[in-house]
Design a protein around this ligand. Structure first.
Ligand SMILES: [Zn+2]
Length: 299
């Protein structure tokens, strides 16, 4: 099952953040409803055109309705009349403004949310964190628009210390200099139907060290110990078809690189609360995760 939160973030990186029933039907319905209830996803008018699903051509057709308005259908040159499931006509739009409002509230920022002239970029406010009072920004953009968003922030606010949230993984966190570029997916997550920001993760980005991003990585023995824990869990879940790290990561609703990051203690990849949720799911305590047993494990 796909992660509705991740789907939402993916859409925010697109110029037109619209999605259809076909895009979302593989997502967890409860998660999807939670995002709708929070206003991150809003309903749009129903689709007037839909792709044919019964012949190999996937041609798009205008939807026709029966006289009583209960049955929808399209013509297909190969098959004739094709009934369309009415649910498939539903459409939604991701709301970056609502996400901006929510971010400012969850981070308890002071100041007023301001859209930047560049569009799709917002100043969210400021707060005291890790000895700084950084400026927070959010940009609903794709990776190729990052440079222009950073430029827009610079033009409006100067060389300030800040954090720019973007809806995609950003390996180039140094691009903005004092402006940390952070993937929303790493700083926030959906837990039990509620969106939460990992404040500790946010604070770590402003901590000491080169960029405040990477504490000491886990030693080899610890990494192997953790890999063993995941392997044991994987074996217990074999009947559910979880046979490798990719399948395990999907099952845990995260990217494989995040899971590997947890094994390495690479805090750039995940936040503390996300780790806790993962450990809870696999039934491992934090203590057990962080401590290599003295005796070698029996195979
Ligand atoms: Zn057809």
């Amino acid at each position: 099952m796909e992660n509705a939160w991740q789907q939402l973030l993916n859409r925010l990186a697109w110029a037109d953040p619209e999605f259809t029933y076909d895009d979302m039907c593989a997502c967890d319905a409860e998660e999807f409803e939670a995002l709708r209830a929070a206003g991150f996803i809003s309903d749009m008018s129903w689709a007037t055109h839909v792709a044919c699903t019964v012949c190999p051509n996937a041609h798009r057709e205008r939807v026709r309705w029966s006289e009583n308005g209960k049955r929808a259908f399209i013509p297909c040159p190969a098959v004739g009349t094709v009934d369309v499931m009415v649910e498939r006509l539903r459409r939604w739009r991701a709301s970056p403004t609502q996400l901006s409002t929510w971010f400012a509230q969850e981070l308890a920022l002071s100041g007023k949310i301001q859209p930047l002239p560049a569009g799709q970029t917002w100043f969210l406010g400021r707060r005291r964190v890790a000895g700084h009072t950084p400026y927070f920004f959010f940009a609903a953009i794709g990776p190729d628009e990052l440079s222009s968003a950073v430029k827009a922030v610079r033009e409006a606010y100067g060389q300030v210390t800040g954090m720019l949230f973007v809806p995609f993984p950003s390996p180039i966190s140094a691009e903005g200099g004092k402006l940390r570029i952070v993937d929303v997916g790493k700083a926030a997550s959906l837990q039990a139907g509620r969106m939460v920001v990992d404040l500790q993760f946010v604070a770590e980005q402003f901590g000491d060290g080169a960029s405040g991003m990477s504490p000491k990585h886990a030693q080899k023995s610890l990494r192997e110990h953790r890999r063993g824990i995941l392997l044991t869990y994987m074996e217990s879940m074999e009947s559910e078809g979880i046979q490798d790290m990719t399948a395990l990561a999907t099952h845990l609703r995260m990217d494989r690189s995040v899971l590997y990051g947890m094994v390495r203690s690479d805090k750039r990849k995940y936040g503390e609360s996300r780790l806790k949720v993962m450990l809870l799911k696999i039934g491992c305590s934090c203590k057990q995760w962080d401590r290599v047993p003295k005796l070698p494990k029996q195979a």
